[in-house]
Design a protein around this ligand. Structure first.
Ligand code: ADP
Length: 153
């Protein structure tokens, strides 16, 4: 049977415990989960360098051969097609996420009709965690370690 490969794309600036939870739950549904750190047009300037984030995320899944971490700067649907991922994995926290995810998934469906987007509702413990807030807290010297599944250097 064909391997079920899910692509979990995001800015991951930074990757949080909420993202980690989505990957772990995705592993119950798919044979492989590929975490893809991308640049999107609205967030050109990262706060956490992409190479550091790649290493940090990899360190979270060292013992898990079914997770791969990559970086990309192309159309997500194109990447999915190129690596043989038929599923896009996304997390949903609230209605704001829903509005955005709804339109993105419609566009992706248009670009690559065989690509199915699968949404997992956030676990309540992580629903309030956002990369944006973590960046703000970190910028002003606050401790963000409890929101991250790895240690920042
Ligand atoms: P993007 O910039 O593409 O929205 P993010 O890195 O912000 O990327 O998020 C990637 C995915 O993870 C999105 O589907 C987002 O809704 C989801 N996500 C973000 N934070 C959480 C969280 N705390 N719990 C679950 N899912 C989350």
């Amino acid at each position: 049977m064909e391997k079920r490969i899910a692509l979990f794309p995001g800015s991951f600036d930074p990757f949080t415990r909420g993202h980690y939870d989505i990957v772990m739950r995705g592993l119950k549904l798919f044979d492989e989960v590929i975490v893809a750190i991308g640049y999107n047009s609205k967030k050109q300037n990262r706060y956490f360098p992409i190479e550091h984030m790649l290493q940090s995320i990899e360190s979270c899944f060292e013992g898990e051969a079914r997770v791969r971490v990559i970086t990309y700067s192309e159309l997500t649907a194109g990447l999915a097609q190129r690596i043989g991922a038929r599923y896009l994995l996304r997390g949903l926290r609230n209605t704001t996420d829903f509005e955005y995810e709804n339109s993105v998934s419609q566009v992706n469906r248009h670009l690559y009709p065989d690509l199915e987007t699968v949404f997992l509702i956030t676990s309540p413990a992580y629903a309030a965690i956002s990369s944006t807030i973590i960046r703000e807290v970190h910028k002003y010297g606050g401790d963000v370690s409890e929101f991250l599944p790895y240690t920042l250097e």
